[in-house]
Design a binder for this molecule. Sequence first.
Ligand SMILES: [Zn+2]
Ligand SMILES: [Zn+2]
Length: 140
Amino acid sequence: MAFQVGSDIEAMCNPCGDVWHVVVAKVGDKITKVQCKQCSKQHRFKPTGDAPEANLNPTRRKVASAGPKTTRARAKPAAAAGIVHDPNLPTRDYGISERFSLGEQIQHKKFGAGIVCGVEDSKIRVNFTEGVKVLLHAKR
Ligand SMILES: [Zn+2]
Ligand SMILES: [Zn+2]
């Protein structure tokens, strides 16, 4: 399976923490450069930690290799209206090396304040005023 230049790919964005990128350059089958859809920066391709094919198909939920750990404790993406901000949790600045939990309010440099409405292994879904964004966070 070859990655095409111009196709969507999930990659790690250090500048902004987003995961949606477009392939801009490759050498053979290796992606060498991607461009962020969020901050438009071009940088080297850095996988998000999933299998390469999962990076290529961000919409597909793939947990196959995860093994039989706790069954489906996966947080369902909450409907935008149904997100409950937990007031006991302090507002924290978003950082790619931080780990966040459900209901936490975060402050993002670019998007402003948002509430964490979904938590996965290496990603969080955050409800900002302009919509829900998928950001990376530190793995446990
Ligand atoms: Zn990027
Ligand atoms: Zn970016």
